[in-house]
Design a protein around this ligand. Structure first.
Ligand code: PLP
Length: 355
């Protein structure tokens, strides 16, 4: 199959060095080699997430960790902050697990604000909140620092954050923000193959899990904790992906996390300036994502045709998500993407569309 350079918001382009790390020799997951690998990777993730707390590895995609959060941390009612396809779906997961839910819903493209969360939590009756940091469907990045400040007023409410398309591209100081569950899959800003998810899990979340019944089996935080303490996972993990994560974390730390975040911000600025000049941006002003831009298709171009032409140039972008399919298109600028690649992509789109 011909390789198309990925500018879609996951799975992202994976560098050859990290693909090579997938093929490190297999080891048993109860072996000393595995324990050493695990013990190497976790502290790097703690550095990334600026946390002293536990960081768990999940052999599943991010959806699995949504379910884990719901099953381990919700006993009364969870407030689901809904603003797009992914945040809306976290509520479906809560309902599918028989949990009572509350909806804080805004139109697609709008942000979830700290004030709106405050107003809803003040009503009481919630023991957890589910917030998506960066809504991949709309390119809206909520102001997590402001939300975190409000959450300090509600110490009994477990603060769950989906950072699926922001983690490793945007700074998320988990302990400073008091986040209890901060989750992401590796196929987005980590720029690694899909199949593994990571999450910071606070002691508060673990205490909560001790008081919640029917946490399930595969995603039981207390079981995971027991093995985590031995540098292991309860079941056989995706060892190749952990090897790739090990390699990629070294590269990220070598790049420097602040440099990585600055690169993401700079790429976002380039794409967003281009989008404003030629189209418009779907996200509410002031909440434009640093990792993916959702471009409003104000010229009514055929996104399918555009992508077909890009495909001939060995690149691919993403159409709009769900109901936004032809009304928007999305350009990801996350992971290991460099400025020359983004500028090349935008110049190619200009040429194809005659702009
Ligand atoms: N949350 C967000 C913000 C996402 O963008 C996605 C997928 O794109 C998911 C959750 C679900 O991730 P997965 O399909 O890897 O389970």
């Amino acid at each position: 199959m011909r390789h198309r350079r990925s500018f879609i918001p996951g799975p992202s382009e994976v560098r050859a060095e990290n693909l090579a790390a997938l093929s490190r020799p297999q080891v048993g997951h109860r072996s000393e080699e595995f324990k050493e690998l695990y013990a190497r990777v976790v502290p790097k993730l703690q550095t990334l997430l600026e946390t002293q707390g536990n960081v768990f590895l999940f052999t599943s995609s991010s959806t699995g960790v949504w379910e884990a959060g719901i099953r381990n941390c919700v006993s009364e009612r969870v407030l689901c902050c809904m603003q797009g396809a992914f945040s809306d779906r976290w509520l479906d997961v809560a309902e599918a697990n028989g949990k009572r839910v509350g909806r804080l819903q805004v139109d697609w493209g709008r942000a979830i604000t700290a004030e709106a969360i405050d107003a809803e939590l003040q009503k009481g009756g919630y023991d957890a909140i589910a917030v998506v940091h960066n809504e991949t469907a709309t390119g809206v990045m909520n102001h997590l620092d402001e939300i975190a400040a409000v959450m300090r007023k509600y110490p009994d409410v477990i603060f769950m954050v989906d950072a699926v398309s922001s983690m490793a591209g945007v700074r998320i100081p988990v302990d400073e923000y008091g986040i209890d569950l901060c989750l992401a899959g590796l196929q987005k800003a980590f720029a690694l193959p899909a199949g593994l998810a990571v999450a910071a899990v606070s002691d508060k979340a673990l205490d909560k899990a001790r008081r919640v019944e029917h946490r399930g089996y595969y995603f039981d935080f207390l079981e995971i904790l027991e093995y985590h303490r031995k540098n292991q996972t309860p079941a056989t993990p995706a060892i190749p992906q952990i090897n790739a994560l090990d390699a990629q974390m070294d590269d990220m730390l070598e790049e420097g996390l602040q440099n990585r975040y600055a690169r993401h911000a700079a790429l976002a600025a380039i794409v967003q300036e281009w989008s404003r000049e030629r189209f418009a941006i779907f996200a509410q002003e002031g909440y434009e994502s640093h990792t993916v831009t959702c471009v409003k298709n104000t010229r009514g171009v055929s996104v399918a045709d555009l992508n077909r032409e890009l495909g001939r140039q060995s690149a691919t972008i993403s159409n709009g998500y769900g109901k936004l399919k032809e009304h928007t298109f999305r350009i990801a600028h996350m992971g290991d993407t460099e400025e020359w690649e983004i500028r090349g992509l935008l110049a190619t789109i200009d040429r194809i569309l005659g702009l």
